[in-house]
Design a protein around this ligand. Structure first.
Ligand code: SAH
Length: 408
């Protein structure tokens, strides 16, 4: 069968979907993403389609198909099981000369939807002559190659948003790398990383991610920048701006989420001041992921309706502390402390002194999501000694609250 491949611009064009079941549910999102004006004709809808209709994203005609429905449609998707009903749509489509995709009978269709994978601005569509499984298999191979194989750079990180022509000039993407397991970076973060000209990475960034960088990528290890922490941050900001202004695509890779105690905000401000465009790609934060992987949900029905994440970097009695420890001691929900290992004795003592019960469950998760992960369970009264005794090392999160024993 000689197919003629084509890509359609459906923005604001009427697309008719006949059927409201599982097939239609899977087909409608791509039509909506293409900007189509989707009209669904079906006596009943699945809950997901119903949600689209209720939100006004699709127009629903709650009835069976009528021949006049094809009028004014640019494309028709037949998603009904009943071959007779489907044939009726096909006939009407043929008469109106509108292309018609048939989920039930591909040979009766005048248009076929290919197997698709999208990577930023690149879309790969694979058709076949009847063997759908082969098209999907080819699609999967290409998708894997685009994600982390030989084609990784080709899908491009340059156009960080992936929705238009490649950006001319430099750009910075602030990417959260996740808590440590290299598989816990987001799909978008990984795609941008694969297209980077320059990568500026923190100490806590998973090393495995860096091992995949192309040889020509300039790598800046932010942990190795000398001077004190303040000067080092200025130096990082300077490198980001300078490389971007030289036309490079710079990925600033940060542990966890860039805006959770990551100084990501300062880097956004520095770039904005210099007129350098910035994309922020959120990450899986250790404040939620490390407890989760240690078997602790930060919220749990009937146990905790809140969780609070604080930095323990500054001790509770330090005048420069911005944390209201007395208020935290009054919470009955979950408290997660980052960078709190060194100050844990003072933090626990302060929470106890402000009234949090000594037998409140407390846990420490070291190097969550990595091979070095360790979990220690204790109580608020004893956790500091237990941590010292067990030789727990940073990076680690401290969790205080009844959630610690919720799944235990
Ligand atoms: N932006 C990061 C946090 C940076 S502050 C995020 O969202 O995760 C650094 C602190 O994060 C460490 O001191 C430690 O408390 C915590 N941390 C980071 N990675 C961790 C991990 N894998 N396991 C436990 N704690 C971790």
């Amino acid at each position: 069968m000689n197919l003629y491949p084509l890509a359609l611009r459906l923005t604001d064009r009427r697309v008719l979907v006949v059927g409201g079941g599982a097939v239609a549910t899977r087909r409608v999102p791509a039509l909506l993403a293409a900007g189509a004006r989707v009209e669904v004709v079906a006596p009943e809808l699945t809950p997901a389609l119903r949600a689209h209709a209720d939100a006004g994203r699709v127009t629903w005609h709650a009835r069976r198909f009528a021949a006049a429905d094809v009028d004014g449609a640019w494309l028709i998707q037949v998603a009904v099981d009943d071959p007779e009903a489907a044939a009726q749509v096909s006939e009407a489509a043929e008469r109106a000369q509108v292309f018609c995709v048939r989920a039930d009978d591909r040979t009766a269709a005048t248009a076929w939807t290919p197997a698709v994978t999208r990577h930023g601005a690149v879309t790969v569509a694979v058709t076949d002559d009847g063997d759908r499984r082969r098209a999907l298999a080819v699609r999967d191979i290409v998708a894997a190659a685009l994600e982390n194989g030989p084609l990784a750079g080709a899908a491009g990180g340059r156009n960080a948003e992936g929705d238009g022509p490649a950006t001319v000039g430099g750009h910075v993407a602030l990417v959260g790398a996740g808590p440590g397991d290299p598989e816990l970076i987001t799909v978008k973060g990984r795609r941008l990383l694969a297209g980077a000209d320059v990568v500026v990475a923190d100490r806590l960034v998973p090393g495995m991610l860096l091992g995949e960088l192309r040889a020509e990528v300039e790598f800046v290890d932010a942990a190795k920048i000398p001077y004190g922490p303040a000067a080092a941050q200025e130096e990082i900001n300077r490198i980001l701006v300078e490389r971007a202004q030289a036309g490079k695509f710079v990925v600033r890779l940060k542990g966890g989420d860039p805006f959770v105690f990551g100084r990501g905000g300062e880097e956004v401000v520095a770039c904005a001041k210099a007129g350098v465009p910035v994309t922020v790609v959120p990450g899986v934060t250790s404040s939620i992921a490390a407890p989760a992987l240690g078997g602790i949900p930060v919220t749990h029905r009937g146990v905790a309706h809140e969780f609070t994440v604080v930095s323990g970097h500054v001790p509770p009695d330090d005048p420069s502390s911005l944390v209201d420890w007395a208020a935290l001691a009054r919470l009955r929900g979950t408290l997660v402390v980052l960078m709190g290992l060194k100050n844990l004795p003072r933090i626990a003592a302060r929470l106890l002194a402000e009234g949090r019960a000594g037998d409140t469950p407390a846990a420490v998760v070291q190097e969550g999501s990595t091979d070095g992960q360790r979990v220690l369970r204790s109580t608020l009264r004893e956790v500091a000694d237990a941590v010292a005794g067990a030789g727990i090392r940073p990076p680690a999160v401290v969790v205080v609250g009844d959630v610690v024993t919720a799944l235990a």
